[in-house]
Design a protein. Structure first.
Length: 334
């Protein structure tokens, strides 16, 4: 009898378990956050956002009475970067993406690479870390300034990445084109460090938060690479001419062998979405990050300087999404 009861109980619990799994599967809505290369900071950013959302979904018990109408589950795959992400949001393939502040501006205004492809429905959620634009050159290349890259093999980045666009903007400002270099490559951010370490390229351009493990690898591998200073009147003109650029410094000692501050210009990493994404989802994503802020900041050392009051305005040129506004008002931030 005891045996019979226990087998009925276990059969019932298997039934209950499978029922609850089906219920979860039915009510969960999946969405995607576009990031960048697997060794960059965007990939960590997207995954940290998902982690905060899933964590708060457990505590708020989304999908039950009193919680949100649906349970949301997110994934943050590695992608080609800023412009690719914005393009995928425009197509409705991604619901969110991480993107540089310069490309957020150009996409919503239909300028630069976004000329003729304006995306007025692009919406800002918040900004994250600073991304100094960095040109890392191997020791052998003996480059200390942009002009020293003449006749060198330079990785300008994969099409779709933010750094590719910003590198081209810098090249325009310097009045040079690809023929200024010996040759150019279009490697992704995760391929470029290996190519530099293997001596296949002399330098690469990358806009990325710091400290970054892949850059430390560039500093310590056979190339003994360092970022060069990007200063002078051409760079100053870029900074003066656009609200989305600012002077940026990578402090001495950030990377092994880095004896001096590196001065350059930079952008902000920002999280963007579309006006077509629901207010409920954007509200929950924003709330999850801001209400688990200490934990979020621990997800990457580049987040250690984040301040809530800056994140709701710095580097944002697209209008804030109503879901984000709802949370910021509720939290007294707006
Ligand atoms: N800023 C780069 C881009 O927009 C990505 C940097 C990263 O992956 O952290 O493509």
């Amino acid at each position: 009898m005891k045996k019979l009861i226990s087998s009925i109980v276990s059969a019932l619990s298997i039934f209950a378990l499978s029922f609850s799994l089906t219920a979860t599967a039915k009510s969960a809505e999946f969405f995607t956050i576009g990031t960048g290369g697997p060794t960059g900071v965007y990939f960590q950013t997207g995954n940290a956002i998902c982690k905060m959302l899933h964590k708060s979904a457990i505590s708020a018990d989304h999908g039950r009475k009193g919680g949100a109408a649906k349970a949301y589950r997110c994934t943050a795959p590695s992608t080609g970067g800023s412009n690719y992400n914005i393009g995928q949001i425009k197509e409705g393939e991604f619901q969110f993406g991480v993107a540089q502040s310069d490309w957020q501006f150009h996409a919503v205004n239909g300028s630069s690479k976004w000329e003729g492809k304006k995306f007025p429905e692009l919406r800002a959620v918040f900004s994250v870390h600073n991304e100094p634009f960095q040109i890392w050159a191997s020791k052998k290349a003996k480059a200390t300034k942009f002009k020293d890259l003449k006749g060198k093999v330079v990785n300008i980045g994969n099409p779709g990445s933010g750094q590719r666009g910003t590198m081209e903007t810098l090249m325009d400002a310097m009045k040079v084109n690809n023929s200024y270099f010996k040759s150019v490559t279009e490697l992704t951010s995760s391929e470029q460090v290996k190519a530099l370490c293997d001596g296949k390229i002399d330098a690469f351009g990358y806009s990325v938060g710091f400290p970054n493990g892949a850059m430390e690898q560039a500093a310590t591998c056979a190339a003994k690479a360092m970022p060069i200073n990007l200063t002078g009147k051409e760079v100053q003109k870029l900074i003066d001419g656009a609200a989305y650029y600012a002077k940026a410094t990578i402090p001495a000692g950030t990377y092994t062998g880095q004896k001096k501050d590196v001065t350059t210009f930079g952008v902000k990493a920002t999280v963007v979405t579309s006006a077509n994404v629901s207010e409920e989802l954007v509200y929950l994503v924003t709330k999850a990050v801001f209400e688990n802020f200490d934990d979020f900041k621990k997800q990457h050392p580049a987040f250690s300087f984040l301040q809530k009051k800056d994140m709701i305005k710095d580097g944002l040129s697209a209008p804030l999404h109503p879901g984000a506004i709802k949370y910021y008002k509720e939290a007294g931030l707006l």
